[in-house]
Structure formats: structure tokens, C-alpha cells
Design a protein. Structure first.
Length: 149
């Protein structure tokens, strides 16, 4: 378990359990966030849906690292998570062992993760510090990024 700086609770990614025959038993993990829930399967597939509408959801196919990052954000919605904390979580390192290379690698993974997010979620860069996962109410991402005329 890794405790992120400036957060309310520790993030604990579910451990993989070994079945009786030695194979991994990957039970899905359920996370509640805003009015959504997310089911995580095998650190590779995430299904985000409205709490009462399991049939109408959004599927994300992620790398295990992208999955760990998204789980960190879903556990801490609207909270700023620092580059160092996210790198430690993504690479499963102690925060004190993260260096500039880890942060640069993290930024590449974050860029790819941003492209995979559903239209109602947005990763926002906090310049010089980290990222925040935000819920987009009604307006599409494209209209929010336009500068006022």
C-alpha cells in the first residue's frame, strides 16, 4: 500500500490472489466516484457506468500502469495528486526513490491515458505540481479548452 502526499486516505490496489491450481484469481474491483462506478478487471480493463445503469457504460482498455493511475484518481476525485506521488504509484516505487526520469515517463503515460478517458472525465495538469481528475458536467471537452474571444 502506498500513501500519497496531501490525500485523505491511502490508495491500496487490490492484490492478486492465487487460486488452488496456482492460477491468478482476478476478481473485479468496484470503485464509486461521483455518480459513477468503475469495475476494474485484471489491471487491463475498466468499465465506468452510472450507478443504476450497468448496461450503459464506457469501456477503457488500458495498460496495467494506466489502470493503476486511473484507480488512484478515482479514489481521489477532484484532488491534486503530485507528479512524484503518481510516479511512485504507477511504477510501484517508494516516493523517496522517484526521480526526474520517473516523472518524465509518467507524463508520457498520462498523455496516453487522457486520450482514453470518457467524455465526462478530464485530467487537468496543475502546472509544476501534478494532475487532477475532474468530472465534466454538461459541456464537451473541446468547448472548455477554447479561449474566450
Amino acid at each position: 500500500m502506498i500513501v500519497l502526499e496531501n490525500t485523505l486516505s491511502p490508495i491500496d490496489f487490490p492484490a492478486q490472489h492465487q487460486g488452488q491450481n496456482g492460477s491468478s484469481d482476478h476478481a473485479p474491483t468496484l470503485i464509486s466516484c461521483w455518480s459513477y462506478k468503475a469495475l476494474i478487471f485484471h489491471e487491463r480493463f475498466i468499465y465506468i457506468f452510472q450507478r443504476k445503469q450497468l448496461t450503459e457504460g464506457f469501456q477503457l482498455h488500458c495498460t496495467p500502469m494506466q489502470c493503476r493511475l486511473l484507480v488512484a484518481f478515482l479514489h481521489h476525485p477532484e484532488q491534486e495528486l503530485s507528479f512524484r506521488d503518481l510516479a511512485a504509484y504507477a511504477f510501484r516505487l517508494d516516493v523517496s526513490r522517484c526521480d526526474l526520469r520517473d516523472i518524465v515517463a509518467l507524463q508520457k503515460h498520462m498523455s496516453k491515458l487522457k486520450q482514453k478517458l470518457p467524455p465526462f472525465l478530464e485530467l487537468v495538469v496543475v502546472k509544476g505540481h501534478g494532475y487532477v481528475l475532474r468530472h465534466c458536467q454538461d459541456e464537451p471537452k473541446e468547448s472548455r479548452n477554447l479561449a474566450p474571444e
